[in-house]
Ligand binder design. Structure first.
Ligand SMILES: *Cc1c(COP(=O)(O)O)cnc(C)c1O
Length: 428
């Protein structure tokens, strides 16, 4: 990827933009008029197509009411399955292995309620000490429900450097005491990308089920869940997939597990032909749809219909290619322009080890983020010392990356961050 000849000039940014096959997608988004948005890994931007499909669903509700379930522009009764089918190529899954439902956290609960079946001495769950907290809370509460000690039965792989987790350490900890492994595909702070294929192979050698949290990877990194034989996965759609705040999440279940009775059952997991027979005998459908619970949140699904169209047109491989080049360019600029003002790059450098964002460490990270925001640039801060910058393939340009680094350079040269209070906001 880094086979381009870096130059720190502004013309070089324009050149990269002029050669960018995805550049036209930028017009599809509502960009901030005087700003540069680099927080697409927390909340992706609104697009015109997402707005259109949201309004279509709203209009159906307005004009045909209950008939929207079967006769709307996007018949609501089938939306979760339809979106699962459209999502499948982004994660390398068969169409019936993905369902758009619930949230990241509730889908992790469903996975553990369904597939965590402690037996004999195989009773533990493996995660890591850098995990996003909600994943840990969900795992611990599932352990408690089984009557286990939530500390002793949760194996948290330690980080050697505070930023990344060594795959060798994960593999070394695999044993016949572990029932399930849950790992992120991309770590939310450092952007480290795990080798999911390798970990899945190793887990299976030990008879362990393994699943991945794709919140920071789906929509920016290709996955091949079916080929890798991953057991299950879950992710949110409001980050790189731009489905809107609180947009409905996704769940992947490998075909080989179809038929496993859902741990958390509900009528929307029914065989669709039987659902409205209203019988008390639950007949789950024989695909990932079985792990739905209640009525789908239509208005929080609707924007994803339009948004996903663009991912199909662009193709996940092109998106990954541009994403890698954007982050490479950003890192090159940072090294070139900000070499001596106390920043260190915390994400792995190699293309195959990093996700879609740059992790910039600085002891003044909180105040630097505030100074950037006041200058129209939206980064995000992660305690204690991380500025995350996510240049997103579908809507960020190389020129924006250039401008952002110039602004950062100016902030540092003028020590402009010193006027801000050194305290993070409630939502950092
Ligand atoms: C964003 C994110 C979540 C959020 O979970 P919700 O249930 O959508 O609130 C969970 N895990 C990771 C790794 C995330 O990045």
């Amino acid at each position: 990827m880094s086979n381009y000849l870096f130059s720190p000039s502004k013309d070089f940014a324009s050149l990269l933009d002029s050669q960018d096959p995805l550049a036209h997608f930028r017009n599809e988004f509502y960009l901030h008029p005087d700003g540069i948005y680099l927080d697409g890994n927390s909340l992706g931007l609104t697009s015109k197509r997402a707005e259109k499909t949201l309004l279509e669903c709203f209009e159906d509700w307005k004009t045909i009411g209950i008939d929207g379930w079967s006769q709307g522009t996007h018949p609501w009764f089938y939306i979760s399955e339809k979106l699962g089918e459209q999502m499948a190529p982004l994660v390398g899954a068969h169409a019936d292995e993905v369902i758009v439902t619930g949230s990241t956290t509730s889908n992790l609960h469903q996975i553990l309620a369904t597939f965590y079946k402690p037996e004999g001495k195989r009773t533990k769950i493996m995660a890591n000490e850098l995990d996003f907290p909600t994943d840990i809370y969900a795992i611990q509460s599932q352990l408690r429900m089984h009557g286990y000690d939530h500390e002793k039965h949760l194996i948290r792989i330690k980080s050697r450097d505070g930023l990344t987790i060594a795959e060798d350490d994960i593999i070394a900890a695999m044993s016949d005491e572990i029932a399930v492994i849950i790992m992120p595909a991309v770590f939310y702070r450092s952007g480290q990308l795990l080798d999911m294929k390798r970990l899945t192979e190793e887990a299976h050698k030990h008879g362990i089920l393994i699943g991945f949290d794709g919140c920071h990877s789906v929509g920016s990194v290709p996955h091949y869940f079916s080929d890798w034989d991953v057991d299950f996965a879950f992710w949110c759609n409001y980050k790189y997939l731009n489905a809107g705040p609180g947009g409905v999440g996704s769940l992947y279940v490998n075909r080989k597990h179809f038929g496993t009775y859902p741990g958390l059952a509900g009528w929307f997991g029914s065989d669709k032909e039987k659902q409205f027979e209203m019988a008390h005998e639950f007949v789950p459908t024989h695909d990932a749809g079985a792990y739905q619970v209640g009525t789908p949140h239509i208005l929080s699904l609707a924007p994803l219909i339009g948004s996903l169209e663009m991912f199909h047109e662009a193709g996940i491989d092109q998106i990954r290619k541009k994403s890698l080049q954007l982050t490479r360019y950003m890192m090159d600029l940072i090294k070139n322009e900000l070499g001596d003002v106390g920043f260190t790059i915390g994400n792995p450098d190699e293309d195959h080890l990093r996700g879609g964002h740059v992790c910039l460490q600085h002891e003044e990270a909180v105040r630097i983020c505030k100074a950037l925001k006041d200058r129209g640039i939206t980064p995000d801060f992660r305690a204690p010392n991380i500025v995350r910058l996510a240049p997103v393939a579908l809507y960020n340009s190389y020129t924006e990356v250039y401008e952002s680094v110039q602004t950062l350079k100016k902030i540092m040269a003028e020590k402009a961050y010193e006027i801000y209070e050194n305290k993070r906001g409630v939502i950092a």
